[in-house]
Design a protein around this ligand. Structure first.
Ligand SMILES: [Zn+2]
Length: 299
């Protein structure tokens, strides 16, 4: 059971983040999800931006997603810090009238907004509208119902916002690898080749951070919502549940494999908790995720 008193969680996170950390008011966090990226596919593919972030940060190729390992429930856990049975988003499509219209737990955007931070979300799938509760997002780029945006369109939009609006909390979702997985198979030649284009989109986001002069004040967390096997994903199969997880930014260890720490296991809910703690957000509702303080120097 990983339920922790939230005060303790935040105290630990703040202690970690204080070393080499910019002032709270100047911090940014960007969470990037590469939809369907299985760790071994990332390591087989030509993904120079992904590899460079590993060298600049702390990482594990053994993080786990939720035990349903499908897109909308898993992303909701990534952005609420609790598993699907708590946030209640168990479907994986544009919501129907009978479906719960929003998560039962506050999203990262809601807690950030309540803390007075600016928020933005650029995503490739329309079902992410579930994560846009009224008033919680200052800026959003979400396809109309039933349609998709390409990786390059999502990345270009996020890059433009970073240059102009400088959102303090930004979520970016690149959908391309999942589509190739469903069409050609997880680990197929086509998917490994397609990862190169996804990486180029990802690189555009990181370039925008650097050009805006925000590298020294931005924590970047990169992960995925699930992997896959054959042309599908889901359930407890390790090929679906294992995901990469990288954190890079001020005060974060360089080229550090979290697998060196035998007690450390990163779950997708930890992305929410790590981002919230880094931004100094006080959480009123407890979460299952924990801030992965081991990524910071001195921890
Ligand atoms: Zn997905």
């Amino acid at each position: 059971m990983r339920f922790r008193p939230i005060g303790l969680l935040l105290a630990c996170a703040c202690a970690a983040a204080l070393c080499a950390a910019p002032a709270l008011a100047s911090r940014h966090v960007i969470v990037v999800s590469l939809d369907g990226l299985r760790p071994d596919v990332a390591l087989r593919a030509n993904m120079p931006a992904f590899r460079a972030l590993m060298r600049r940060g702390a990482f594990t190729m053994y993080a786990t997603t939720t035990d349903v390992a499908i897109t909308l429930p898993s992303h909701t856990s990534m952005l609420t810090g609790v598993p699907p049975e708590q946030h209640g988003i168990t479907y994986n499509a544009d919501p129907r009238p009978v479906d719960r219209p929003a998560p039962e737990w506050p999203t990262l955007f809601e807690v950030a907004h309540q803390a007075g931070l600016s928020t933005a979300m650029a995503v490739g799938k329309s079902k992410f509208s579930v994560l846009c509760p009224a008033g919680a997002l200052d800026t959003s780029f979400v396809p109309v119902r039933g349609s998709v945006y390409s990786d390059s369109a999502v990345a270009a939009t996020a890059a433009r916002w970073i240059a102009t609006r400088r959102p303090q909390v930004l979520f970016v979702h690149l959908p391309g690898l999942d589509a190739i997985g469903h069409a050609k198979g997880w680990g197929s030649e086509e998917q490994v080749a397609g990862a190169e284009a996804v990486d180029r989109a990802f690189a555009a986001v990181l370039r925008a951070v650097a050009h805006a002069g925000l590298t020294d004040s931005t924590l970047v967390i990169v992960s995925a919502d699930h992997g896959g096997a054959g042309k599908t994903h889901g359930g407890l199969d390790a090929r679906s549940r294992l995901i990469p997880w990288i954190a890079a930014g001020p005060g974060v260890k360089h080229d550090f494999d979290l697998a060196l720490l035998p007690a450390t296991q990163v779950r997708t809910e930890d992305t929410f908790a790590t981002a919230a703690a880094w931004m100094g957000i006080t959480l009123e509702k407890p979460v299952v995720g924990r801030s992965v303080d081991e990524v910071f120097e001195g921890r």
